[in-house]
Design a protein around this ligand. Structure first.
Ligand SMILES: Cc1cc2nc3c(=O)[nH]c(=O)nc-3n(C[C@H](O)[C@H](O)[C@H](O)COP(=O)(O)OP(=O)(O)OC[C@H]3O[C@@H](n4cnc5c(N)ncnc54)[C@H](O)[C@@H]3O)c2cc1C
Length: 480
């Protein structure tokens, strides 16, 4: 019997399992996904043939990100939806690009939540994930020349990328951090994590506000298992975590917005050949990439909600034929109308609901999206020529794969939440959520670092509850 069972060994689940095991709790971590590498949850970029930007890697990422069914509600400008979940053991965190910016809540109430629940844990999250500025930190050298070469970029600010990257032992080589690095069997202090691969969590058993056990299926043996624990953490991504709560009899409403506030960062994209003076200068300065991590920079426009990410594709980076990818992101505004419907479609073979993504409300005002598109087009023009089929364009909602908000944490001034400021599910004493599902505010940043910080915060809350229980010996036994 474990102290804590964690459902989902992706980014958030691995971070919280690592933290609790290092503090000597018995942790069972289970994951439904199929393993794609020798070590569980190893990042795709560990294989040099699959370094960032390779066509093969792109194809594998596409194949492993399973589409979530979606309804495109009629609007003045219909917007297709493109949410996905990840089928690989270790989750999206084995595929992610590693960009780890701190998040940027918009309003004052959210700032207060951020300052209390996320900011104090950033440094620990960054140390754990190995976040450093990209080694291709060319910003200081290129910014003035870029501005001179392209009038469209005159007011732009350039910022180095901050990448989560582990260092290979005895070598300067770095790779993007994934669950395998967080759960390294070579880490003696992390030996308390028992990893159950190919185990699908199907239901949380609970009684009188206490989670008592996690029911799961061992997919390989076809056996049903019941894992009792002192605390249960749901870390199965922002789409499947609410699905698991729903399957366990928890239902959403305005006071308990399970699956509501579904959000992502609206994104526009272009691929260009860096044919202009500014583009070829930038691509020469960025390349050739020396490692499996992306080379690039961020572009900010003062007074604008959006920001840009310019990444160099590996390949002919020292010639005029270099290809640049331009990802432009803006603030996603979560609203209670945008939600996951768990009752509309038949359940899967394990009895888990099949989520349907419904977004009747645009994630950002049309004007903001228009500004972002115009700016992307201007930057693309300044840097080169769009490749055929990759002209600057708005991508379907969900394409950023930055889903957040579906099990939001309540805070003063925010309206209701499913979880409290510790990530504990409302009405429960020992059931928690980890992951970007908890992020409760409008923001335009990458979700993973904030999710890791929140997972550390939840881990600390569980450690305090565990310590208090063993000091006072009050209430039911920690391990049922
Ligand atoms: C290609 C790609 C690039 C990205 N790049 C970035 C980036 O540069 N920066 C950034 O901040 N974010 C990025 N993201 C997003 C980031 O990866 C996610 O926000 C983050 O991984 C979410 O963490 P999570 O733990 O909630 O989910 P995941 O990491 O997806 O882990 C969830 C885990 O739960 C398991 N699971 C699901 N259901 C069950 C169940 N019923 N029982 C047991 N296990 C279950 C899954 O198998 C999975 O391993 C990217 C995502 C993708 C796909």
């Amino acid at each position: 019997m474990a102290d804590v069972v964690v459902a989902g060994a992706g980014l958030a689940g691995s971070v919280v399992a690592h933290l609790l095991a290092r503090r000597k709790l018995d942790v069972v971590l289970l994951d439904a996904g199929v393993r794609i590498s020798a070590a569980f949850g190893q990042h795709l970029s560990h294989d040099p043939r699959l370094a960032f930007g390779t066509v093969m890697r792109e194809r594998i990422v596409q194949a492993l990100c399973l589409p979530v069914q979606a309804v495109d509600v009629p609007r003045a400008t219909p917007t297709p939806l493109s949410f996905s979940t990840c089928a690989v053991g270790g989750g999206a965190a084995t595929l992610w690009t590693g960009i780890s910016e701190r998040s940027d809540p918009h309003d004052e109430a959210a700032q207060r939540f951020h300052a209390r629940c996320i900011e104090p844990y950033y440094a620990e999250a960054e140390a754990l994930l190995g976040v450093e500025p990209s080694p291709d930190d060319v910003v200081g050298r290129v910014a003035p020349r870029l501005r001179d070469a392209a009038p469209e970029l005159r007011d732009a600010q350039f910022v180095p990328l901050r990448i989560a990257a582990s260092r290979e032992p005895n070598s300067p080589r770095r790779w993007i951090t994934g669950p395998a690095d967080l759960l390294a069997p070579s880490d003696p202090q992390c030996g308390g994590v028992t990893l159950l691969e190919r185990h699908v969590a199907t239901r949380i058993e609970h009684h009188a506000g206490r989670a008592t056990a996690l029911a799961c299926v061992d997919v390989v043996r076809g056996a049903e298992i019941r894992l009792a624990a002192g605390a249960i953490i749901v870390a199965a991504d922002p789409i499947r975590s609410p699905a698991l709560l729903f399957a366990s009899g928890l239902r959403g409403d305005v006071a308990f917005p399970l699956g509501m506030y579904l959000s992502d960062h609206p994104m526009a994209f272009a691929k260009i050949q860096a044919t202009s003076a500014a583009g070829s200068f930038l691509s020469k300065a960025l390349g050739p990439p020396r490692e499996s991590i992306p080379a690039g920079l961020r572009l900010l426009r003062p007074g604008c909600e959006h920001h840009g990410l310019v990444l160099l594709e590996p390949g002919a980076s020292d010639t005029a034929a270099a290809t640049l990818r331009l990802y432009w992101y803006t603030t996603g505004y979560p609203t209670e109308t945008n939600h996951l419907d768990f009752a509309a479609l038949p359940a899967d073979e394990y009895g888990l609901p099949t989520p349907l993504a419904c977004l009747p409300t645009p994630l950002a005002p049309q004007e903001t999206l228009g500004d972002m598109s115009t700016d992307l087009a201007a930057a693309a023009k300044a840097l080169g020529e769009p490749l055929r089929g990759w002209q600057p364009r708005m991508m379907p909602v969900g394409s950023a794969r930055h889903t957040f908000g579906t099990l939001r944490s309540a805070f003063a001034g925010s309206g209701p939440g499913v979880t409290d400021e510790c990530g504990r599910v409302n009405g429960f004493s020992n059931l928690y959520v980890a992951g970007p599902a908890r992020i409760p505010y409008a923001n335009s940043s990458y979700p993973a670092l904030a999710a890791a910080a929140l997972a550390i915060q939840t881990g600390n809350c569980i450690l305090s509850a565990h310590a208090a229980h063993h000091t006072t010996r009050q209430g039911p036994a920690w391990k049922p």
